[in-house]
Design a protein. Structure first.
Length: 426
């Protein structure tokens, strides 16, 4: 039987990669990203480490992951997703075990640096590189379902907290490492190679690519060098980094703002975070199919204005009504916008060199990840209130929305023209 005939009778394998990616996102979020605050409390009580010291460790992990994203992107293009993810998960296991034995702050920083590298290799860059080639017409939906793992992972934080209270933080970290070791091989199997390796095509047999507003006028993939010469690359990077300024500021400062406002105790503030997580998941489920039908660029612009509205509302007064309204608006905008930004890059620049292009992008995004919490914290300390900080973030989000609005699809030249240009520039 011919390869084409065989592939037509096989099930479509693209959804395996979505499941594998969602599982990875769930594990990364549950085992460390969302539960990091739980460990901060445990380290402070057990080892006396300050909030500044533990925050510095998280910053080290962020910087290491962001700085190496360019190299990891090139590595993904050369050796494929499976090998990079396998190495990243192995590194994650080593980092968790190393952290479980930490007794000094230097040991902690080294473990966090290793964790940053492991997450960069097995995280969002690798996962999206695996998913993007499998989908065209349903790309936004696939990425939305994959990123749903972030919302699911956040729901496991109470279990991590219970484990830390019952077993201690060291045993909990070692249990996490054991869980990753058990799941490593099944996850690697799910992270499928590109569809042509199986004789399949994007979206499955008989799928057609519907033209929607905002698509690139040509079907060619741009090289990294060609993408860097387009305004769209830089505008999307600025828009994405700006969104992370808002998101990371919320991750660090939302609960303190609500508690300091006087209308929330710690437990009620935590429920606002839970509501925000659930609404984010709803936004992801809704945003994916919408992004496959309408102009993603315009949808991302609207989402940024929704972020800005949420921040302005909470800055006016942090009470019960505005707290949960913020959770709904910010969470929904975050959920809808997240998959669109990744899908836009694949639509504009193609799938062939996506890993390299996304690798450079993630290095730029590191600035937004670091700036949000720092700027909000500085303004709060300077003024003695979170109100100026959140008003400033609201204005910033509104202005940043124009980056998406002006990020038009690049005009792609023919393959011969691009090759000649690359040779000339080399």
């Amino acid at each position: 039987m011919s390869r084409s005939a065989t592939s037509s009778t096989r099930r479509f394998l693209g959804w395996d990669t979505v499941v594998g990616g969602a599982t990875l996102q769930t594990l990364h979020t549950a085992l460390f990203f969302a539960s990091f605050g739980v460990y901060v409390v445990a380290w402070n009580e057990d080892l006396g480490w300050s909030r500044t010291a533990t925050s510095t460790g998280f910053a080290i992990a962020t910087i290491v992951g962001g700085a190496l994203s360019i190299l990891i992107g090139r590595l993904l293009d050369r050796v494929g997703v499976r090998r990079v993810v396998a190495a990243g998960l192995a590194g994650f296991i080593v980092a968790l075990l190393s952290l479980s034995f930490a007794t000094t702050i230097v040991h902690f920083y080294l473990a966090m640096a290793a964790w940053g590298l492991a997450i960069a290799m097995s995280g969002f860059l690798s996962i999206t590189t695996a998913v993007v080639p499998w989908f065209a017409a349903r790309r936004s939906t696939a990425i939305a379902l994959m990123t749903l793992g972030v919302s699911i992972g956040g729901l496991f934080v109470p279990l991590i907290a219970d484990a830390v209270l019952a077993w201690g933080w060291r045993t909990t970290l070692r249990a996490e490492a054991l869980l990753l070791a058990v799941l490593l091989v099944p996850i690697i199997i799910l992270m499928r190679k590109p569809p042509e390796a199986y004789g399949q095509e994007p979206d499955g047999p008989g799928a057609t690519r519907a033209k929607v507003a905002g698509d690139s006028p040509a079907g060619e993939s741009l090289t990294l060098a060609a993408a860097l010469r387009t305004p769209a690359f830089w505008l999307l990077a600025v828009g994405h980094a700006s969104a992370l300024v808002l998101v990371n500021a919320v991750n660090v400062h939302l609960v303190p703002l609500l508690v300091e406002g006087g209308s929330f105790d710690l437990a009620r503030a935590a429920r606002v975070v839970t509501v925000m997580t659930l609404v984010t998941g709803v936004g992801q489920l809704v945003g994916g199919p919408i992004g496959d039908r309408f102009d993603k660029r315009k949808l991302a612009t609207i989402a940024m204005w929704t972020h800005a509205t949420a921040f302005a509302l909470l800055a006016l007064e942090a009470n019960l009504w505005t707290g949960f309204a913020f959770a709904a608006l910010h969470g929904f905008a975050w959920g809808v916008r997240g998959p669109l930004m990744t899908s836009l890059r694949a639509d504009y620049f193609g799938a062939k060199y996506f890993a390299s292009i996304m690798g450079v992008t993630m290095t730029i995004l590191m600035a937004g990840q670091l700036a949000g919490p720092i700027v909000a914290g500085f303004l709060a300390d300077l003024t003695g209130s979170y109100q100026p900080a959140f008003f400033t973030l609201a204005v910033f989000g509104a202005v940043a929305s124009f980056a998406f609005w002006f990020a038009r699809p690049p005009t792609v030249r023919s393959g011969a023209e691009m090759e000649a240009s690359t040779q000339a520039s080399g």
